[in-house]
Design a protein around this ligand. Structure first.
Ligand SMILES: [Mg+2]
Length: 235
């Protein structure tokens, strides 16, 4: 059997991410309560983020700017400099937040790295994701790290070409159906979906009923080794 490449998403697959955004959003919601109820603010924030994605890309900096824009909108321009400063501080806190790995990540990756070629493929801000990878202490386990601006079929095709990989020998593992699963199946590779406790609104997509010989759902990263073995019938 040829060498398999297992590629891992990072946010909410290797380490906690969306829960931190949720806590920060709630704190800012409380701060802006005089101007808007939290549901209204949240709706506005998601709309603003969607609109700004092609300008700001993914990550904390875009989130912070979109939050400020939403605050200005919901307050009809009345939000104070002090409140905007509090939003900026919350964004900086998110950027500096320590990495919390999900359960069993390190030992699972160490086990998988003995047999397979491991990669990390993540969206987001280049500087922030590089610093998180460094903080995670997982860097040595990956032969390659790709920080990309979007995860669509074209992105995966480019990565396969760049590393001279065959789609048949490539498995992507991640928590986002939209980014980690559907485009990977589209290019003819395999995917393992590990749902995280919450999904960002802009990442929600339907998985449908994919072919179980090409796509499986796991409860945790600890199940990846067994699933890969089943995919390639090496059990
Ligand atoms: Mg993710």
């Amino acid at each position: 059997m040829s060498i398999l490449t297992l590629a891992f998403d990072a946010d909410d697959t290797l380490w906690h991410n969306e829960t931190l955004f949720a806590v920060t959003s709630e704190q800012i919601g409380a701060l802006l309560a005089p101007y808007a109820d939290s549901d209204n603010l949240h709706r506005r924030l998601v709309e603003t983020e969607r609109r700004n994605l092609r300008l700001f890309g993914y990550g904390v900096k875009g989130f912070t700017l979109s939050m400020i824009e939403s605050a200005i909108e919901v307050s009809e321009g009345r939000v104070s400099a002090r409140e905007i400063q509090a939003i900026l501080e919350a964004g900086k806190k998110l950027l500096a937040h320590p990495i919390e790995l999900l359960p069993q990540v390190r030992e699972s990756l160490e086990g998988l790295a003995k047999k397979h070629n491991l990669m990390m493929i993540t969206k987001g801000d280049l500087f922030h994701q590089e610093s998180r990878l460094a903080m995670s202490g997982l860097g040595d386990l990956f032969s390659a790290v790709e920080i990309v601006s979007e995860k669509n079929a074209e992105t995966y095709r480019k990565i396969l070409r760049r590393y001279h990989l065959d789609a048949e020998d490539f498995v992507m593992v991640g928590n986002s159906v939209k980014s980690d699963i559907l485009p990977v199946l589209e290019v003819g590779a395999r995917a393992i979906y590990i749902p995280y406790e919450i999904t960002w609104e802009l990442e929600v997509a339907e998985l449908g009923n994919p072919d179980p010989s090409r796509c499986r759902r796991c409860q945790s990263i600890a199940e990846v080794a067994g699933t890969v073995a089943e995919f390639f019938q090496t059990v």
